[in-house]
Every structure is written in structure tokens, then in C-alpha cells.
Design a binder for this molecule. Structure first.
Ligand SMILES: C[S@@+](CC[C@H](N)C(=O)[O-])C[C@H]1O[C@@H](n2cnc3c(N)ncnc32)[C@H](O)[C@@H]1O
Length: 376
């Protein structure tokens, strides 16, 4: 199913429609969100040049061990359905991440993990048992390319040990395992090289490891005053990328799929993304939120951006933050039609929630489907 369709159908799951119905859309924070994206730490053991989180990682902030474990309890008490360990730094580098993942799993909070893969072996059991999906950022098919794009802080390549970690996980995992490939070229920043010639080889390796999917993604950079602007790459390299990507279908089996990120085709064609928004509030920001050690933010697009900081969970409970004045002020200030000039992955979701709310208010029937994915 195409990703966009999938995001829309996810909103029609029973538990989401129920939440939309219960929410008082005229009031900020009338209901807790369904999904939390969480940066456990802003520290990372890798030093990828041009990392999207480079600026915030200078701080090495992290939640204290006690606070992270307490947060798990607060998520449960607030009815959070899914937690995505997303980054900032490396989410699995947090000292009590194993206990945290086990707590979520034992309390039926679904877990998704975006990781550089270096700590998988250390938490193999918890990840295998409790993670619904684990997506390992690889961006290469060889240790040589990996060493340039994703070096350790000491400049070494951890490629072979990460591949080994993924093989171990593939053997025993309950959830899905993905191999993520971010297209990089010298235009992405100083010291970077093209990894395009390794796309097919990387997908083949992913299948050989026992991954369930290979995801190919374009990069984003700050450009023309827009954070997260889609990178405009060199035309010749994009032609090469198209050839590599066209071959990927040969690798598809019943157990192995290829996922193309939503904006990949725009990037391959060198097209600009235009996404005007004609709504003044962000309904999805009532259903999902981003928690970092340095603050809670409206969403990942506004990570570490002060005007969009809705609270601080070092000093407040989740509930105090979510229902507090600070968050209300930011949500009243937030205006997607003016501020969200980037291409937002949740734009169609916002339009759909607006339609669903309208239908409910008009007393119309809304289609529902059984739960199939907590990560709306
Ligand atoms: C910042 S990392 C943090 C999580 C974890 N340390 C990891 O390596 O997956 C999260 C994701 O951001 C992606 N990323 C980094 N820089 C990017 C950029 N400039 N544009 C798009 N994605 C980027 C990486 O490929 C990775 O999959």
C-alpha cells in the first residue's frame, strides 16, 4: 500500500476514531496524544557529517535514568499507545534503555526504533521481544563507504559489527527489521561522497541479512530560509540513482519489500516541493508529539526550535506539560499556513483529521477499520 494511503487508513482505525471523537478540538490538550516520538539522549557514538541533528548533539543532554523510567510510567498512565525512539542522538545509547523498552512492552505500549545499530547486540532480547519495527540507518553497502558517511567518533567503521548485530536480530525478532538508506552526495556537505552506486548492493545485503524491508530516502537540508528543504541533487547522479532504484524490484520477495520515502521521486526528478496549507491549527500535533531531553516540541520539524517548545519533562510530569499553559501558548501561536513552509509528512493526515471531525460534527458515519498499526 502506498505510504500516503497507509497514513490515511491508519487514522480510520477504531482507537483513532474514538480518540478523535473524544477530543474537544476547541480546547488545546483536551486529550493525551496517541503516539510519542522520543529522543532519549542527544549523545551519539557516531559522528555522521551533516547529520540532521548535528546542532543539538553538541549538548550531549540526556534524561536521567530515573526520569526516563518514570516517563515510561507516565506514558502508560496517560494512555499513550505507541512510542518511537527516534533520535536526536542514538536512542539505544541511553544507560537504562533496556529496562525502558521492557516496561513499554510489558504495558502494551508499542515500540518503534530508529537506530544506528551499534547497540543492538547489547539489547538483543528486549528489541527482539518488544520492538514492532527496528529501522537501522546504514546508507552504504560497504565498510569503506560507511566509514565516510557514518564514522564512529574515533573515525572507525562499525559496519561489520552492525551487520552482524542485524543478522542476530533477524534470527529472533518478533517485529519488522528495516535497512535504511539515505541518499548522500558531495552536495550534502563537506567530506561526503556519493553512495548511489551502492544502492542495489545494499538492498541485496539487507535481504541476505534477513531484513523485512529496505527503505530508500532523500536528504533534507536548510535552504532558502526553510529547514528541512528537500535536497536538490546533481542531475547525472540522480539518473544513476534512478537506474539503481529501478533494479530493486528484482529483489522483492514475499518476505522482503522495498519502501520508497514519500518525497523520493521529487528528489530524483529535481522537482521542488510545494505544499501550501490552508489550515491554522495542526490537528496531528494533538495526536502525536516529540519529547527531547532539551524540551518537548510540537513535532520533529520543530525540534530544538524555541518558539515551538511546548514544555520540559525534566521539571514537569507529562500530564502537567500536556495540559499546561506553556503548551497552550505555543499551540495558539502555531499556524501551519504561515510557519510550516517545509513539506510536512503529516499534511494529508491533517486534512483527513479535519474531514473526520467535520463528518462527526455533521452527524455523518465515519468509516472504521480494525487496529492494524499503532504508529499513526
Ligand atoms: C539523526 S538519526 C538519529 C537516530 C539514530 N542515531 C540513527 O542513526 O538512526 C535519524 C535518521 O535521520 C536521518 N538523517 C540524518 N541526516 C539527515 C538529513 N540531512 N536528511 C534526512 N535524513 C537525515 C538518518 O539517516 C537517520 O535515519
Amino acid at each position: 500500500m502506498p505510504k500516503k494511503m497507509n497514513l490515511i487508513s491508519k487514522l480510520h482505525q477504531d482507537f483513532v476514531i474514538e480518540k478523535i471523537q473524544k477530543t474537544d478540538w476547541a480546547v488545546v490538550g483536551s486529550e493525551s496524544p496517541l503516539v510519542v516520538e522520543l529522543d532519549t539522549t542527544e549523545a551519539c557514538d557516531l559522528a555522521c557529517p551533516g547529520c540532521i541533528s548535528e546542532d543539538m548533539m553538541k549538548t550531549n543532554n540526556r534524561f536521567t535514568n530515573e526520569r526516563l523510567l518514570q516517563l515510561g510510567k507516565e506514558f502508560y498512565e496517560n494512555g499513550i499507545k505507541g512510542v518511537v525512539l527516534i533520535g536526536g542522538g542514538e536512542p539505544l545509547a541511553h544507560p537504562v534503555i533496556g529496562d525502558f523498552m521492557a516496561y513499554l512492552g510489558e504495558h502494551d505500549i508499542h515500540l518503534g526504533i530508529t537506530t544506528n545499530g551499534t547497540f543492538i547486540r547489547k539489547y538483543l532480547k528486549q528489541i527482539a521481544m518488544y520492538s514492532s519495527w527496528t529501522r537501522v540507518s546504514m546508507d552504504a553497502a560497504t565498510s569503506e563507504t560507511f566509514k565516510i558517511l557514518r564514522p564512529s567518533k574515533g573515525g572507525r567503521s562499525k559496519f561489520d559489527s552492525i551487520v552482524e548485530n542485524m543478522r542476530l536480530l533477524a534470527e529472533i525478532k518478533q517485529g519488522k527489521l528495516g535497512y535504511s538508506f539515505l541518499i548522500q552526495t558531495p552536495k550534502d556537505g563537506p567530506g561526503l561522497v556519493s553512495n548511489i552506486h551502492e544502492i542495489y548492493q545494499a538492498a541485496k545485503l539487507a535481504r541476505d541479512i534477513g531484513c523485512d524491508y529496505f527503505e530508500i530516502k532523500p536528504s533534507y537540508r536548510f535552504r532558502d530560509g526553510i529547514d528541512h528543504a528537500l535536497m536538490v541533487q546533481n542531475e547525472t547522479l540522480m539518473s544513476q540513482a534512478k537506474e539503481e532504484i529501478a533494479r530493486l524490484d528484482d529483489l522483492v520477495t514475499d518476505d522482503f519489500s522495498i519502501t520508497k520515502a514519500i518525497n523520493l521521486d521529487f528528489s530524483l526528478e529535481g522537482r521542488q516541493l510545494v505544499q501550501p496549507k490552508d489550515y491554522n491549527t495542526c490537528p496531528v500535533a494533538e495526536l502525536r508529539t516529540l519529547i527531547c531531553p532539551s524540551g518537548v516540541f510540537v513535532c520533529p520539524y520543530w525540534r530544538a526550535k524555541e518558539p515551538f517548545r511546548i514544555g520540559d519533562l525534566n521539571n514537569h510530569s507529562f500530564s502537567e506539560m500536556w495540559h499546561g499553559e506553556g503548551r497552550k501558548e505555543v499551540m495558539d501561536f502555531l499556524n501551519p499556513s504561515k510557519q510550516c513552509t517545509f513539506h510536512c509528512l503529516r499534511h494529508e493526515s491533517n486534512l483527513e483529521v479535519i474531514n473526520i471531525v467535520r463528518a462527526i460534527n455533521d452527524g455523518k458515519e465515519v468509516d472504521t477499520v480494525d487496529e492494524f498499526d499503532r504508529f499513526i
